[in-house]
Ligand binder design. Structure first.
Ligand SMILES: *[C@@H]1O[C@H](CO)[C@@H](O)[C@H](O)[C@H]1NC(C)=O
Ligand SMILES: *[C@@H]1O[C@H](CO)[C@@H](O)[C@H](O)[C@H]1NC(C)=O
Ligand SMILES: *[C@@H]1O[C@H](CO)[C@@H](O)[C@H](O)[C@H]1NC(C)=O
Ligand SMILES: *[C@@H]1O[C@H](CO)[C@@H](O)[C@H](O)[C@H]1NC(C)=O
Ligand SMILES: *[C@@H]1O[C@H](CO)[C@@H](O)[C@H](O)[C@H]1NC(C)=O
Ligand SMILES: *[C@@H]1O[C@H](CO)[C@@H](O)[C@H](O)[C@H]1NC(C)=O
Ligand SMILES: *[C@@H]1O[C@H](CO)[C@@H](O)[C@H](O)[C@H]1NC(C)=O
Ligand SMILES: *[C@@H]1O[C@H](CO)[C@@H](O)[C@H](O)[C@H]1NC(C)=O
Ligand SMILES: *[C@@H]1O[C@H](CO)[C@@H](O)[C@H](O)[C@H]1NC(C)=O
Ligand SMILES: *[C@@H]1O[C@H](CO)[C@@H](O)[C@H](O)[C@H]1NC(C)=O
Length: 532
């Protein structure tokens, strides 16, 4: 019989003479049990298996007469010793021996034996078959022992008596404690072996369809050139499914960590349905960006799926933008700084070269009315300085000036003549002189009023000394005028170039017809501008 009792199988593995634990067999009162002698390997037709019982005293059961065996409730047949219906008197030590090899058994007879309690489980809605345990059964060919079948019960309910209890679709209510009884007929008497099976509902394994959870198809990963990068592919897999990374759809990435790109298996637990496979770049290179990478899930019971991803350098999109932004900011800052520093040169340059001139249609006759005031120090313009200035402005730069001593019509009240001149001029230039031009303070306040009223531009030339003095040192009228106008400081004829530039900056653009001449002259004094 192929379905050899487990105990026998266990004992078969043991070599004669080796030390082993004496098998303990617990049997419930009234139950049948069979002991199997393990020394079948020593089989020799000359030798005879000898069964011995040691309790209450040593008895050779093998040579005992059949009738006496029946009286003792045992049956010896070759390699097996059958205790037909266990009772207290069967309790004790037994041995079987074959030649010089022997084995010992300890049989315990008790109502409390639970060695015949077994567990089994069935999947819900699945077909399930319950087997009655095949343990310590008599050998099939034992004479005068006839198999009388198996009887199944659940609780006190009898079930169809098949060898195997079969459920076509196991249900929750089918779980519970089952008993199966193997019965054997011997000399008209039925002997039983009863087993208890506790049957549970086996949690149905979730058979999720295998799928790649991450990344998504066509996902783009931002990478930093030269840095280490790891992209995880996460998938739900079933047993025998596998994940791999493929470059450009043809070459699978190896697990060899000495390669520049390799794969790392994060989850080696086969029973865990989540698989992680990382694609590792030791140093992302330019070439890596041009490849595509496919994470492929190879399954045996459904179509394989895959996702393909790409790498993109984190810099081209962000860094040039940053560079641009910084660059623009720098350029703007430099421009602003340069403009602030060379505002005058630049303005004059554009005026002179590009012809950014105002039209002449504002109805004014003069570009500037040059008016003197008494400087409170000696640092004012001397008569010849003033003359020089007038000549330079008129001759060199082509301004049309209204000069107090030249253009004011005689015979008019000084104040009226001055106000008329202001009205005719686009700008009023106040020039400090060392000699008192003889303008009363009343005239100065009238000038101030006129300027405010007509919104005429005022250029207030200060002598260096005036500038250094505290503001309170000027007479009140002059103070008002100096605050109302743009100030240019006279530092003597030696530094006249920058003085003229500032002055021209505040003056309106000179008339158009002199443009050509201006270009020729301004070239000589605009080296700074051309450097910019
Ligand atoms: C069985 O044998 C062992 C050792 O040979 C002994 O210690 C034990 O008492 C015996 N048991 C019975 C019930 O005879
Ligand atoms: C047992 O007997 C066999 C022959 O019957 C012999 O070959 C073997 O060596 C013996 N073993 C022991 C442990 O005495
Ligand atoms: C089996 O019996 C032993 C004592 O003989 C007891 O400790 C154990 O809990 C029992 N097991 C079961 C499953 O009943
Ligand atoms: C059966 O299951 C119970 C509880 O789950 C456990 O204690 C017992 O050892 C199991 N018996 C067998 C034979 O596996
Ligand atoms: C089987 O039973 C019959 C009648 O009881 C008996 O004559 C025969 O010897 C028995 N055979 C064995 C092998 O016990
Ligand atoms: C079987 O057991 C159930 C409760 O488990 C009880 O209601 C019923 O009467 C019992 N039937 C028999 C025949 O013992
Ligand atoms: C075995 O079971 C049957 C039916 O349940 C019963 O008639 C018989 O007496 C039992 N045998 C023993 C030895 O208890
Ligand atoms: C990936 O690259 C290979 C080879 O360069 C190309 O044939 C394939 O179409 C690409 N796949 C995708 C999804 O871009
Ligand atoms: C890993 O790759 C390196 C370089 O290609 C090679 O020398 C080595 O033999 C590889 N190792 C294994 C285990 O394949
Ligand atoms: C493997 O995964 C299963 C299911 O998630 C879990 O029960 C088990 O403990 C894991 N084994 C190891 C060794 O991590």
């Amino acid at each position: 019989m192929l379905k050899a009792p487990l105990l026998a199988l266990f004992l078969l593995m043991l070599q004669p003479g080796t030390c082993y634990v004496r098998p303990k067999i617990c049997v419930k009162v009234g139950e049948m049990v069979t002991l199997h002698c393990p020394h079948t390997a020593n089989y020799n037709s000359d030798l005879k298996v000898v069964w011995t019982s040691y309790s209450p005293q040593e008895v050779d059961l093998t040579s005992m007469a059949r009738a006496e065996q029946r009286h003792k409730g045992v049956l010896v047949h070759g390699w097996s010793l059958i205790i037909l219906s266990a009772s207290a008197e069967h309790h004790g030590n037994y041995s079987c021996s074959l030649g010089n090899a022997s084995s010992h058994f300890l049989v315990t007879v008790s109502r409390l034996c639970n060695t015949s309690i077994y567990n089994d489980s069935c999947k819900l809605t699945h077909c399930c078959k319950l087997n009655c345990p095949e343990v310590n059964m008599p050998a099939i060919n034992t004479p005068n022992i006839t198999n009388n079948g198996i009887m199944w019960r659940k609780g006190n309910r009898s079930l169809p008596n098949y060898d195997k209890l079969t459920f076509s679709a196991f249900e929750e209510k089918d779980a519970g404690v089952y008993t199966c009884t193997r019965s054997y007929l011997h000399h008209g008497q039925i002997y039983n072996m009863t087993f208890t099976l506790t049957v549970d509902v086996q949690p149905q394994p979730e058979n999720k369809p295998a799928a790649i959870v991450f990344p998504r198809e066509n996902e783009v990963f931002l990478v930093d050139l030269g840095s280490n990068m790891e992209i995880e592919c996460k998938a739900v897999i079933n047993e025998l499914d596998d994940l791999c990374w493929i470059i450009n759809g043809n070459s699978a990435v190896d697990e060899n960590t000495s390669l520049p790109v390799f794969v790392k298996r994060k989850n080696t637990n086969k029973s865990d349905k989540n698989a992680l496979l990382s694609l590792v770049f030791k140093k992302v290179s330019e070439g890596d960006l041009t490849q595509n990478y496919t994470c492929k899930l190879e399954t045996i019971n459904q179509y394989s799926t895959s996702v393909t991803i790409r790498l993109q350098n984190v810099r081209p999109s962000c860094v040039p933008l940053a560079v641009n932004t910084v660059g623009i900011a720098v350029v703007m800052t430099v421009t602003v700084l340069l403009y602030v520093k060379f505002k005058i040169d630049i303005t004059l340059f554009f005026r002179d070269t590009l012809g950014c001139h105002r039209g002449v249609s504002d109805g004014k006759s003069y570009d500037a009315f040059v008016m003197c005031y008494k400087s409170n120090t000696d640092a004012g313009l001397k008569a010849d300085d003033r003359r020089w200035l007038e000549i330079v402005l008129e001759e060199e730069f082509g301004y049309r000036l209204c000069l107090h001593d030249r253009d004011i019509q005689l015979g008019k009240a000084v104040a009226n003549a001055v106000l008329e001149c202001i009205e005719e001029s686009r700008t009023v230039v106040l020039v400090p002189t060392s000699l008192d031009p003889g303008l009363g303070s009343g005239l100065l306040s009238a000038v101030h009023e006129a300027l405010v009223e007509r919104q005429t531009r005022l250029i207030f030339i200060k002598s260096e000394a005036t500038k250094e003095m505290t503001s309170g040192s000027l007479p009140e009228d002059l103070q008002l005028l100096s605050e109302a106008g743009d100030c240019v400081t006279w530092r003597g004829r030696s530094s006249s170039s920058s003085f003229l530039k500032r002055l021209r900056f505040y003056l309106p653009a000179s008339p158009k017809e002199l443009k050509i001449r201006l270009l020729q002259t301004s070239r000589t004094e605009l080296p700074k501008t051309s450097q910019v």
